[in-house]
Design a protein around this ligand. Structure first.
Ligand code: SF4
Length: 362
């Protein structure tokens, strides 16, 4: 174990170049349980991030207790955010994890301000709050408690099975405020899933977590995102994915096609060249130049394929919940909140359109 930089507010001589800029860096830690990962513990100045008005996100506020994500999904659209710390969007994003160790404490202060309007807050829209680090730092219980006791509705989106640890707390929170829970499960081919999302729990383990959420008395949406052209968009794959999701008890499904923005594109293409070189020309033509999204024709084709399957499995998306910005849930009937301006979102993007500026989400 390496402990360094114990003094607060002191630049560390051995810190990575970008991290030296963080004058709120407490220390950098490596432990044997997290081989190859370094945690950079920081004291956050704020916990709530306002989502810019022009964003496609249907919620107004986010909390990200971590920057970087050891789930290491090759396609992760949050990767470019690491470059704001002069870290790279590839390996560093997966292995250099910023931990806001005081996030719950700061959040409580922010939520206690008279100016706080109890607007819905989204967790997991950028980096995963239940990535492996959460097992060590346990930041989420404090966050959930702070939101619930302040009367703030919230949503959680994750790939992490660690969510199960907090389900009793989430269920209690849902008795007081509207809460929406969603699991992200997109790839139902085991080898492909392990290759594309090497740090995540398996699809099977995530499906079991959906069942656990339902057993806790909560609705659970599944985000079938991203659908990867020529890899996971066959009728057979989508049908089987929806069958398994339904069997696990999911209450609705959202989907969207892969988008590749900025520095995510070369990182993903490197993977594609290694694993599926035969698809490189097709992807180059779909995501050419600065195109982050596949062509409209593809998205239309995918919609025509997916929508009937979603209907057939009884997993049609609920109406967007104007309270949490997530899928309308049973929690809403107990709510008293409205978010003016909540709107229907582009169906082909689901709830998670790409942010206009990822940096603003921290
Ligand atoms: S779990 Fe989410 S935040 Fe983490 S790497 Fe995967 S896509 Fe990115």
């Amino acid at each position: 174990m390496r402990w360094s930089g114990q003094e607060l507010g002191v630049d560390q001589a051995d810190a990575l170049p970008g991290l030296a800029k963080l004058n709120n860096l407490v220390r950098s830690v490596q432990t044997p349980e997290f081989a190859g990962v370094t945690f950079h513990e920081v004291l956050a100045k704020s916990a709530l991030n306002r989502v810019p008005g022009q964003s496609m996100m249907p919620f107004g506020w986010t909390i990200n207790p971590y920057r970087g994500c050891s789930h290491a999904c090759v396609y992760c659209f949050a990767r470019p955010t690491h470059s704001y710390l002069d870290l790279d969007a590839g390996d560093d994003f997966d292995r250099q994890i910023i931990v806001k160790v005081n996030v719950a404490e700061v959040l409580r202060r922010e939520l206690a301000r008279p100016s706080w309007r109890h607007e819905p807050v989204a967790l997991g829209t950028n980096t995963d709050p239940y990535q492996r680090a959460e097992g060590r730092y346990e930041l989420m219980p404090g966050i959930i408690d702070a939101l619930a006791t302040s009367g703030t509705p919230f949503s959680i989106l994750t790939k992490g099975t660690l969510l199960r640890r907090d389900l009793p707390l989430v269920a209690v929170a849902a008795e007081h405020v509207p809460v929406d829970v969603a699991m992200s499960i997109a790839i139902h081919d085991h080898d492909l899933q392990q290759s594309l999302e090497p740090g995540t729990p398996s699809t099977k383990a995530r499906l079991a977590t959906v069942a656990a959420v339902r057993e806790a008395g909560l609705d659970c949406a599944v985000f079938l995102m991203p659908v990867l052209p020529f890899l996971t968009d066959t009728r057979a794959h989508l049908d089987e994915a929806l069958r398994q999701v339904k069997a696990a008890g999911a209450t609705s499904v959202l989907y969207s096609a892969l988008h590749l923005r900025g520095s995510v594109k070369p990182w993903f293409m490197q993977w594609l060249e290694r694993e599926h070189p035969e698809l490189v020309p097709k992807y180059r033509s779909m995501y050419y130049g600065n195109n982050a999204y596949p062509p409209k024709e593809y998205r239309r084709w995918l919609a025509q394929r997916v929508h009937p399957l979603i209907r057939a499995h009884g997993l049609e998306r609920g109406r967007e919940d104007p309270v949490t910005g997530g899928i309308r849930s049973t929690a809403e009937s107990r709510g008293r909140w409205t978010r003016p301006g909540a709107r229907e979102i582009a169906p082909e993007l689901g709830s998670l359109g790409a942010p206009s500026d990822p940096a603003t989400l921290f």
